[in-house]
Design a protein around this ligand. Sequence first.
Ligand code: NDP
Ligand code: GDR
Length: 362
Amino acid sequence: MKKRALVTGVTGQDGAYLCEFLLSKGYEVHGIKRRASSFNTDRIDHLYQDRHEKNVHFFLHYGDMTDSTNLIRIIQEAQPDEIYNLAAQSHVKVSFETPEYTANSDALGTLRLLEAIRILGMTEKVKFYQASTSELYGKVQETPQSETTPFYPRSPYAAAKLYGYWITVNYREAYNMYACNGILFNHESPLRGETFVTRKITRAAARIKLGLQDKLYLGNLDAKRDWGFAGDYVQAMWLMLQQETPEDFVIATGETHSVREFVDRAFHELNIDIQWQGSGVDEKGIDKKTGRVIVEVDPRYFRPTEVELLLGNPAKAKEKLGWEPAMTFSQLVKMMVQADLESAQKDIVVEREGFPIRNYYE
Ligand code: NDP
Ligand code: GDR
């Protein structure tokens, strides 16, 4: 019998990489996608199979983390062996603007899934993965951060994810469920949402190089993150559900870099070297060759409370899961810049043919 997996957040970055990985392992994969007024499946279109074909292994269901009855029905229909809860309002800055919705989908959404499993009497059959996050560490208590580092959330997103973390632990202890938290540090890819800082930088660098954009506006350049590759990280999610006993794991690279360093590296890939001038809100990045200001700070992107430094210790994952990141920081930046360069080149062709291109950036 094929193993069955249900993935929430299937249309997101991790959903796409995880589904591809599970399908390559021979799983039947069910994904939950939200109804939208236009197609929202760009990242998984290559996996799509028409239900009228034979041997279909990939199924999409309409659903939402705020709708319990819908989640119960989908789990009942799909009869999964493994559930990966990736769905979330995942943007930290946006969570300050939509705190209640973020709590509803990220915190209560996790509870709804766990309760659905319990209501359906599937606590012994289903293994559950919760997409927990390094944002839980928030205000620095110690570095590197490990499974035993205390949490101190610094945003409505992180506070909602803290609930998701503990309710997963609670259902494991109360009902003997196989439920795990993957405490994943930032992971990126060419599929990363365009408003997260890495993708915003690589997209802007490519567009500035090709003359489609003048300037890149950023917030806190001093923030430091432990950035890995999403394709490596989804493998760790799966490994967590293949162990004898359910446990929580930190997944990280063990290296940290500032936003400024990411900017330097991304532009350098395109033969643009940056000279930094000024400090704080007056800091500017100047193209050494042309003297043009190409990066500016806009305080609009500052957060009311910031997470200054994330650096993970993935030793437990290495020891117990045999997991290690395969892609280095510089390979990741290069891969993202190349993908955005190709996409900007396509935009130029489209524009040349008289069609408008998307100039939106936040
Ligand atoms: P994305 O933002 O790319 O994807 C989020 C997914 O959740 C999308 O498919 C989105 O649908 C869906 N979603 C949002 N709200 C709802 C809802 N109410 N009901 C159903 N689906 C919903 O995130 P990532 O792929 O980057 O991250 C996956 C998970 O891992 C998230 O939970 C995130 O918080 C967490 N995480 C991510 C890290 C990272 O660095 N990427 C690090 C640690 C944790 P739609 O496409 O329609 O918007
Ligand atoms: P993060 O990712 O908040 O770590 O959450 P993001 O890329 O949004 O920010 C990283 C750091 O960069 C700083 N920054 C900016 N961020 C954005 N988005 N836009 C800017 O213009 C900008 N300028 C500076 C931020 O202040 C921050 O310090 C991501 C999400 O995927 C979460 O869902 C996940 O849980 C964590 O990673 C781990």
